[in-house]
Design a protein around this ligand. Structure first.
Ligand code: SF4
Length: 289
């Protein structure tokens, strides 16, 4: 039986005391254990940012890619071996800034990747610049008179782009976040899990104290996650009440992997490698050069 401790790593964390990433990492470990997914059965891809150090702090196969590129690298891994679980775990700068275009393409492919975004609404690693999800008016080193950009609405964008699983969690509701990640891991296609991540150092207004009294669970509010219109409206609810849970889930949409002819015989890594004869190599060279 897989346990949470199977994912513990001896590498010490450099995250600030009180960072929301601790809760998020605990939730990932607990969800993987509950889904009976062992460390060798999952690969976690990250980009650049505080949260992207996560695979260093877990005993799991990980790939620390360049900024914003976690999803395309993860896509390659998924096509090479769709017999294992593939997760991307990265911040809002990585996922909704540099990586936003990749998110839209992963959505339209409906490829089987659990895409978790540690949304602290600031660039933490580089010392507090405003990010794609920062509030307008937020004063930072790059917006000394207040941010004037309107924030990216990740959940509304994902629903509009055709995502088949769209959710939001909060590490202050740990059991609920574990459940959400488990649901995402069970989803066959692309699954977005946006996580409200307190950054206690560079975004103090978005703290546990801010979120705790505001978050409410969609499952307890009677939301029907197959209702796209309701999901769309809830994706924009923000203020005194902030919804967490599964906003939208649709089943039966074919995944990318199901449609790629080369994968019909199973994961590529398990298929026999046929050696090309010299004359076949020459034929290919003549065709493409
Ligand atoms: Fe976490 Fe913010 Fe510290 Fe980065 S700067 S480790 S996001 S609290």
């Amino acid at each position: 039986m897989v346990t949470r401790k199977d994912f513990d790593s001896p590498v010490p964390s450099t995250w600030c005391t009180g960072c929301g990433n601790y809760g998020i990492m605990n939730a990932v470990k607990m969800a993987l254990a509950e889904q009976d997914i062992a460390p060798h059965q999952v690969v976690i891809f990250t980009g650049i940012g505080c949260g992207s150090k996560l695979p260093h702090y877990m005993k799991v196969s990980g790939f620390h890619t360049i900024h914003g590129r976690a999803l395309p690298v993860a896509t390659g891994a998924r096509l090479a071996n769709h017999g294992i679980k593939i997760m991307t775990i990265h911040g809002d700068g990585d996922g909704y800034g540099m990586g936003l275009g990749h998110m839209l393409h992963a959505i339209r492919r409906n490829i089987g990747i659990v895409d978790m975004v540690q949304n602290n609404r600031v660039y933490g690693l580089t010392k507090g610049q405003y990010s794609p999800t920062s509030d307008p008016g937020m004063r930072t080193p790059t917006s000394p008179e207040g941010a004037i950009d309107r924030p990216v609405p990740p959940l509304g964008l994902a629903i509009a782009a055709g995502a088949t699983f769209v959710a939001r969690g909060f590490p202050g509701e740990l059991r609920h976040l574990v459940w959400l990640i488990g649901q995402a891991l069970q989803h066959p296609g692309y699954a977005l899990v946006d996580v409200l991540q307190p950054c206690v150092t560079f975004n103090r207004p978005s703290s546990y104290d801010f979120y705790n009294p505001r978050v409410y669970k969609l499952e307890e509010a009677g939301h029907d996650p197959t209702d796209k219109t309701a999901a769309w409206e809830l994706a924009y609810e923000w203020g005194e009440r902030i919804p967490i849970g599964i906003f939208y889930r649709v089943k039966g949409v074919p995944t990318y992997e199901e449609q790629v002819p080369a994968l019909k015989a199973g994961p590529l890594v398990k298929q026999p490698v046929e050696k090309l004869r010299p004359e076949q190599i020459e034929e290919l060279r003549a065709e493409v050069i």
